[in-house]
Design a binder for this molecule. Sequence first.
Ligand code: 5RP
Ligand code: MG
Length: 218
Amino acid sequence: MTTKPRLQLALDHTRLDAALLTVERLHPHVDIIEAGTILCISAGIQAVGTLRERCPQHTLVADLKVADAGTTLAEQAFSQGANWMTVICAAPLATMAAALEVAERYQGEIQIELFGRWTLEDAKAWRALGIKQAIYHRGRDAQASGQTWGQQDLDTMKALSDLGIELSITGGITPPDLPLFKQIAVTAFIAGRALAEAADPVAAARQFHSAINEIWRS
Ligand code: 5RP
Ligand code: MG
């Protein structure tokens, strides 16, 4: 039986106060909270700590997309209360191993952010290190330039699942997109703008959950 995907709120605000307003409204309606790359760069790593204080029970992700200095940056994220931290797929294996060592010390996990160029051979090497999670990502800029989801994405997701990688999916995701992924074992759908910028964010979160419950009936 496939586990029901969870809903992750990505906070990609450029101001911490705005992100906190969004999380205040939405935290009861989402399963996982993400301190987004934009938020962490704009407000600093303290954004992770503040979100941990405000949402002590949620799984908390630091979406740092780390490319180097794996030990130092993982120490920053996990000591602020993150459960999961992202490392970019282009990072050297040494960076992934260093970040993973810190994550495991905090009982946390590393997620590989899949952007641009990477191969299934790379994915096998990540698994061999002990990394279990990845995020299949259609980047904002790629989306804005017209990139859509297609069969090639689904085939690649299936191949990653076959390697034992737990996949979250993101990149301009909205509820009507979800049926496309019904054959995929999805850990979480990660939504930023579709939740935070909705006219009624709580109603938008409910639409995500309705779609998930409809498609992944247990
Ligand atoms: C961009 C990100 C975003 O957090 C992710 O894409 C979710 O945001 P949105 O749903 O607005 O695309 O990591 O690099
Ligand atoms: Mg993000």
